[in-house]
Unconditional design. Sequence first.
Length: 196
Amino acid sequence: MADFAKLKGNLEKNGFDVSCFATAAEARDYLLEKLAGKTVGYGGSMTLSEMGLTERLGEKSTVVSHWQGDPIEKAAFTDAYLCSVNGLAETGEIVNIDGTGNRVCSTIFGHDELYLVVGRNKIAPDYAGALWRARNIASPKNAQRLGRKTPCAARGDKCYDCDSPERICKALTVLWKKPNGIKRAEVVLIDQELGY
């Protein structure tokens, strides 16, 4: 069971704002209000989809996403960016793996505000555990969801560090501290299992 108090303290020490919610619905409503009147970009995220955020985001915000037909690079120029993570260590490290780079790029630079939305299932005790989770749980499930022809998608059990042209694991980022290029970065912790 994740220690939210320890995690919150470590993330704040690393320069992140942190908010905690018992349910996805509470977090969704909070984010809808925080993002009202802003242009908001997001990449692929089962977490955001499962909490009903992506379908309601356009009610009060201008949404830019390649999932809605926008050019993939356009989301890099929005006021705020929404993303989940593939692994989050209680020690404060945030791990993401990407194929194209649009998600990981937007968590490092280019936005006034960044919101990283995380369900409790993404939390590991330490950096090694968060990295292992990103590679061996999140990535195979995402490869399966996208119908990729990779060993991890076929077997669904772990990363094979493959050479498949359909590999989705091509870039890895670790946020040790809040990046200088982003004015405000907030981790939104949810005490529910969400996404991969």
